[in-house]
Ligand binder design. Structure first.
Ligand code: NI
Length: 158
């Protein structure tokens, strides 16, 4: 496993659309392992493959440090409610801003064997799912921020 370089805002790859994963090759498995390692090393709660420069629809999240979730080809099936809170991104280092998100989402994704599963999340989990899935379509949370971005300590980034 290896730590990969996280691409930062301004890098055009972050605005590209990631492609569906159809096969778990050894290369994809290495990518997944590296994504978890890179997320934990960076104290993040989520990471999309595009953030390490690979245009594949793969997301990892862990909102507690003890609940690693891999989502391949994720898509949001349902969302409801609303939450407003501060959000950050490893690709926008040192910054955060207020973003409205649904308070609940239901997501369909595939696991490391490409078996389909459903994950539901509320609050921070819902926020992380929305944030990471948007990365796969080339979007950053800063497009949704209400009010100014503000400076944060690196430990507070997600
Ligand atoms: Ni992000």
């Amino acid at each position: 496993m290896a730590i990969r370089t996280v691409r930062e805002i301004g890098d055009p790859v972050l605005n590209k659309i990631s492609k569906e994963v159809k096969e778990i090759t050894p290369r994809v498995q290495d990518l997944i392992d590296d994504m978890f390692e890179t997320m934990y090393e960076s104290n993040g709660v989520g990471l999309a493959a595009v953030q390490v420069g690979v245009l594949k629809r793969i997301v990892v999240i862990d909102t507690t440090g003890e609940d690693p979730v891999l989502l391949i080809n994720p898509r949001i099936l349902e969302e409801s409610g609303e939450q407003e809170g501060n959000e950050a991104c490893l690709s926008v280092p040192g910054k955060a801003g207020s973003v409205k998100r649904p308070n609940y989402v239901k997501v369909e994704a595939q696991d490391e064997d490409l078996n389909t599963f459903i994950i539901e999340g509320e609050e921070l989990v819902a926020r992380a799912l929305c944030h990471e899935i948007e990365h796969l379509d080339g979007h950053l949370y800063v497009e949704r921020v209400e009010g100014p971005l503000f400076d944060v300590e690196p430990e507070e980034e997600d």
